[in-house]
Design a protein around this ligand. Structure first.
Ligand SMILES: *Cc1c(COP(=O)(O)O)cnc(C)c1O
Length: 343
């Protein structure tokens, strides 16, 4: 049994694709249509399950920081990148850890991306992706309605730390978004699927087509709508999440995730110039295990969260107060067509 269930099949790539996800990349409409049929809960449930080292129904926790190397030459090959997690070789958990990688594969299934890697917090996931994709002196176009920490990061910290400047726009005005993108200078379009806390919904398919047309990467923070919106299935290049909110579910763990192509995860973890590897906001393996145990219940919890939020919103509105809640009958007049998974 032990040989059958060791970690040798861990790979960076979430290779087991839901057949519905195999869409024609060239046809945006078709892709959106296909995306509408993908159930993230089903995708997560059909992801490869990792067993424990001794056959346990739960995965083992690989708590080691360093890993044993039996041959001197293996060390050289690990350092050159020739060997890595895809070949079941690990060197140091600040780069890759098998348990954290398992959670990453679950997150990739949930979000419909090729790969994912998890970080110590949502803010470290966001910061790492921005630093890696934008670089010193680069320009970002971002939604004016963002989580406070992300807004401060973009409007203050990244400006004086490394000269990254941001233009904040109304993302519901596509012309404003398009004209804020500067040729050759803008690297990233950054939005939240549903903003914290004003609940502005991003029209991801339209934003993705502007990003594609202008050659910039669309990064979507999906913290508020896991299971409800799948940004990558709608055309986002990278999905970042705080796992500290709905995904954790009990306000007891700070954690984050970056979901995107294998090439992005590899570049973030590169020995020489990877921002995660070199600045080190890694997730602890014990945290990865905790969150991994909670993912199977996420769909049920999100349905219940939605039902309760609607009940609260309805009651508050009945008291005559102003309420922003998308599920209320006349607010807004029409939901974007991709908000399909309403319970
Ligand atoms: C909380 C939050 C973050 C930051 O995540 P942490 O895990 O607290 O670092 C980022 N984006 C959104 C939308 C959030 O709600």
């Amino acid at each position: 049994m032990a040989e059958l269930i060791n970690f040798s099949n861990i790979s960076l790539s979430n290779t087991k694709k839901n057949s519905l996800e195999v869409a024609d990349e060239g046809e945006d409409n078709k892709k959106t249509e296909v995306a509408n049929k993908v159930d993230p809960a089903a995708a997560l449930a059909s992801a490869r399950h990792e067993f424990g080292e001794h056959g346990g129904v739960n995965m083992s926790i690989e708590a080691s920081v360093t890993f044993t190397v039996m041959e001197a030459d293996t060390m050289r090959r690990l350092c050159s990148g020739e060997l890595g997690p895809d070949e079941d070789y690990y060197i140091y958990s600040r780069q890759f850890n098998p348990t954290v990688l398992n959670l990453g594969r679950q997150m990739a299934s949930l979000e419909g991306t090729e790969a994912a890697y998890c970080t110590a917090s949502g803010m470290s996931a966001i910061t790492a992706v921005l630093l890696q994709l934008v670089g010193a002196g680069g320009h970002v176009v971002a939604s004016q309605c963002l989580y406070g920490g992300t807004h401060a990061l973009l409007s203050r910290f990244l400006v004086h730390a490394c000269g990254i400047k941001t233009t904040f726009v109304n993302i519901n005005n596509i012309d404003e978004v398009r004209s804020a993108i500067r040729a050759g200078e803008t690297k990233v379009l950054y939005v939240e699927s549903m903003s914290n806390s004003t609940l502005v919904v991003a029209d991801i398919p339209s934003l993705a087509s502007v990003a594609k047309e202008k050659g910039v990467k669309l990064i979507v923070d999906n913290t508020f709508t896991p299971m409800i919106v799948s940004p990558a299935r709608l055309g986002a290049d990278v999905v970042v999440l705080s796992l500290s909110k709905f995904i954790c579910g009990s306000a007891d763990v700070i954690a984050g995730a970056i979901c995107g192509p294998v090439s992005l995860v590899k570049s973030l973890a590169n020995h020489q110039d990877g921002v995660l590897m070199l600045t080190g906001p890694m997730m602890n393996a014990k945290v990865a295990f905790e969150i991994s145990e909670r993912l199977p219940h996420l769909a049920l919890r999100i349905k219940e969260h939605s039902a309760r939020a609607l009940a609260y919103a309805t009651r508050i509105k009945r008291h005559g107060l102003n309420v922003i809640y998308l599920g209320l009958p006349n607010h807004p007049p029409s939901l974007p067509p991709f908000l399909h998974w309403q319970s």
